[in-house]
Design a protein around this ligand. Structure first.
Ligand SMILES: C[S@@+](CC[C@H](N)C(=O)[O-])C[C@H]1O[C@@H](n2cnc3c(N)ncnc32)[C@H](O)[C@@H]1O
Length: 165
């Protein structure tokens, strides 16, 4: 009998995405980058700086994902980023999180809120190439911004057999 795919996290009863096994390494690198860059954020945040240090994701997913062909549920990149920055002395002052699917944006927003949220967390919904303009208008031009862009191009690349992928 085929295994049933997990669609919701039993811990918060919100939807989960699906990721490959490599996601854990991707998230680990993101976590390390956010940890290593906390002194750079400090220069833009009070009391040293007068601007902001934001985190931007335009293909965010739902904030929790099941690893394909397993029952292991892991944090999504935005949740990893939120926790990693909170663990430093200089957390992000604002987060701008978006996904094409409203249900993903909503689940992620609820998960970040449940964790205490960044000083300002803004959720968006829609195609990244449209939402990017809203995010650019919302962020402080004098701030330090980390954009993590992680579209799901794998399937389309394979089907097109493109050399560019
Ligand atoms: C690879 S997943 C993101 C995984 C997430 N970064 C993580 O590591 O937890 C890609 C996401 O992009 C979303 N997506 C696909 N096309 C999009 C588009 N044109 N604009 C915005 N989001 C899109 C999908 O709904 C999916 O949630």
């Amino acid at each position: 009998m085929a295994k049933q795919t997990i669609t919701h996290d039993p811990d918060d009863v919100l939807i989960v995405g699906q990721v490959g096994r490599w996601a854990a390494e991707k998230h680990d690198r993101l976590r390390k980058y956010i940890d290593a860059s906390h002194n750079a954020r400090a220069k833009f945040l009070p009391p040293i700086g007068r601007a902001s240090a934001s985190y931007i994701e335009l293909y965010s997913g739902a904030g929790r994902s099941v690893i394909k062909h397993t029952t292991n549920i892991i944090d999504g990149s935005a949740v990893v980023a939120f926790k990693a920055s909170k663990a430093t002395a200089h957390p992000f002052s604002d987060m701008h999180l978006s996904d094409l699917k409203p249900e993903n944006s909503s689940a992620l927003g609820q998960r970040i809120k449940a964790l205490g949220g960044a000083a300002t967390t803004t959720s968006y919904v829609g195609p990244a190439d449209i939402v990017v303009d809203q995010v650019i208008r919302a962020i402080n031009p004098a701030g330090l911004h980390l954009a993590f862009l992680d579209p799901s191009i794998w399937r389309s690349c394979r089907s097109r057999l493109s050399n560019a992928c």
